[in-house]
Design a protein around this ligand. Sequence first.
Ligand SMILES: C[S@@+](CC[C@H](N)C(=O)[O-])C[C@H]1O[C@@H](n2cnc3c(N)ncnc32)[C@H](O)[C@@H]1O
Length: 374
Amino acid sequence: MGDFLFQSIIVEMNNCQGKKCQKEQYDKQREQVAHYYGTVLSSNRDLKSSACCQAQEPSIHKAICSRLPDEILERFYGCGSPIPPALTNAIVLDLGCGTGRDVYVCSALVGVGGRVIGLDMLDSSLQVARKYQTTLSKQFFPDLESYSNVEFLCGYMEQLEEAGVERESCDLVISNCVINLVPNKEQVFRQVYYTLKVGGELYFSDIYTDRRMSEVAKTDPLLICECLGGALYLQDFKSIVESIGFLDPRMVTCKKVEHSLSNELESKIKNVTYYSCTFRMFRLNDGLLEHNREDYGEEAVYLGTITECPDVFELDMDYRFPKAVSVPVDHNTANILRYSRYGSHFCVSEKMEHRGPFIQKKGNCCYNLVDWHK
Ligand SMILES: C[S@@+](CC[C@H](N)C(=O)[O-])C[C@H]1O[C@@H](n2cnc3c(N)ncnc32)[C@H](O)[C@@H]1O
């Protein structure tokens, strides 16, 4: 079934908010988005809301960005910092990479043993990204002649194989404020699932809402292009990704979007609150993750071996692992820490007898759907 869906050509799709979306409408939205990012915007100063460009990021990323050219930085339209630690030697795919800012940050972090693929549907953005490939590769890897660990592909993230991305080829898929722009988000998450190796991670930032939007808001071209109209309601997002196999997705950060829209657009969105969220989720072998968090008496100790996190590793808003401290974990978390690329950085105790549901210590979610994952 998954195989069939991965190969299928999109003719008519669900728009993931419960309504049929014809190919014509789909193509129209794609054209609007392409026109907006290819022609209307020439830098992030042209944006009409602050949904994009709210990222707070680690100092190591800032240091790498300080070496990037202005042309790349000015056309950065991300809404978060979707670059996790422990990337040495990883194969990374950036969906909707634009002019390549996050691709180049990852390039420096994965090193010579890794590889980064940036994919975008807009050739004009990729031309900017490619323009600096030789210079930046020389800066990051001065000892290697004519070397680059970066590749840019032009294509759609709903059709990754057609774009040249092989199945089960990536350790990590990232994306920064892009998935909201696609009507069929389910198709994107499904493609990502089969592109990840088993044990691989999807780590991405995007805009979400606290409620389902009206048709008027969902179909407004400016709201769509500004990454608001296509934002998913958080609970719908969870249902979609869990139906594909990304069970128990983890919220890493969540920040309310402070937008300053025109009165006309405000009247369309009414009481909707938008959040810029970063999520992580894992593709593990069948049976290793389940919908609920269960208590099998397991504990995990972080060894302090991830370069960027010498003292503490934060998995998500619920789990913080100070170095050398034994932390009680639910069975999903135990398996994530055992079977993902974080495995070598943790010591996880054996599974004991079942003790019932795992009682989670409250995290620090910033909105009133604190228990959205339950
Ligand atoms: C808000 S911008 C973010 C760009 C980049 N991630 C960044 O942080 O600067 C959205 C990007 O997604 C790309 N995009 C939108 N829909 C796409 C699709 N279906 N497939 C591939 N790229 C897409 C656009 O061309 C644009 O570059």
